[in-house]
Design a protein around this ligand. Structure first.
Ligand SMILES: Cc1cc2nc3c(=O)[nH]c(=O)nc-3n(C[C@H](O)[C@H](O)[C@H](O)COP(=O)(O)OP(=O)(O)OC[C@H]3O[C@@H](n4cnc5c(N)ncnc54)[C@H](O)[C@@H]3O)c2cc1C
Length: 247
């Protein structure tokens, strides 16, 4: 993070930019993580509630994406943007900690929100394969298909169980960083497996824009990238397993 918010009297003056900001083209305000001091990276950041109509905020472009096309994603620049210091969220210098705490919820939300989509695409695929006749019998009667769908359904239920277990622990007040990261990692990977396998079972239809599966194939690819990549999840898990080499 290179964006800086420098305190001047009872204001912060913000300079820098943000890439990949979901809803950035239409948001009324953003929750901005910026450097407010020179200290170590995990103690020099603060969260600021930034109204998006202030002078000096430039929405440079709406990013043209592979998927999630009904959700805009913006590149934004800040040029001497002045915001009252009372817009600071919590304590100065605690932004990184707040953000890491927020990620637990965001990652659990990501897992919870992908489960119904995966279930839906599998149900649609099962129904399609049952009625689609190929070489004189329903597609679904091929063991390669029904075994694969059964395998994926099993994985889905395992992911659901991990989500419920992690959510219970979180509601009891525990730090669930490791389990939330594991669930997010698994959700991203499973979403890719489910959508890829299901798309294949739709044959040529799967490659059209007329069916849900092709949209989910594109949209759900984001899960392994947004909210922290698979590799970031693996690093967090390794850290909690005491396997990450110290710097
Ligand atoms: C549609 C969309 C919406 C988004 N919305 C938001 C938003 O609203 N707010 C926000 O803050 N961010 C948002 N993001 C940003 C998102 O969180 C980042 O894109 C993501 O964290 C990856 O960062 P990066 O793009 O800079 O990848 P890079 O840092 O360039 O990494 C590229 C690849 O290299 C891998 N990599 C990097 N370092 C290592 C390593 N040491 N070992 C192994 N692999 C490594 C990464 O995991 C990744 O796969 C959004 C992104 C997208 C695509």
């Amino acid at each position: 993070i290179k964006t800086r918010a420098v305190r001047e009297g009872d204001e912060y003056v913000i300079n820098g930019g943000k890439m990949w900001i979901t809803s950035g083209c239409q948001a009324d305000w953003m929750c901005l993580l910026a450097n407010t001091s020179q200290g170590p990276p995990h103690r020099n950041k603060s969260l600021i509630c930034l109204p998006m109509n202030l002078p000096g905020i430039h929405i440079a472009k709406k990013i043209d994406k592979l998927g999630m096309r009904s959700s805009d994603t913006a590149q934004i620049f800040f040029e001497d943007v002045r915001v009252p210091s009372k817009n600071l969220i919590g304590e100065e210098g605690k932004g990184f900690t707040y953000q890491m705490l927020q990620f637990q919820e965001e990652r659990l939300w990501a897992v919870a929100s992908v489960l119904p989509s995966l279930q839906m695409v599998m149900e649609e695929t099962r129904a399609y394969a049952r009625q689609r006749q190929a070489f004189g019998r329903p597609l679904l009667h091929n063991q390669a298909l029904h075994f694969r769908l059964a395998e994926l359904a099993t994985e889905l239920e395992l992911l659901r169980s991990l989500l419920y277990r992690t959510t219970d622990l979180y509601l009891e007040g525990n730090d669930v960083t490791k389990f939330a990261s594991m669930a997010k990692l698994k959700a991203g990977r499973l979403a890719r497996e489910v959508t890829d396998s299901c798309l294949q079972f739709w044959g040529g239809m799967g490659f059209t824009n007329e069916v849900l599966v092709s949209r989910f194939y594109r949209d759900l690819r984001l899960l392994s990238i947004g909210g922290g990549t698979d590799e970031t999840m693996l690093s967090i898990i390794c850290k909690h397993m005491d396997m990450l080499p110290s710097k």
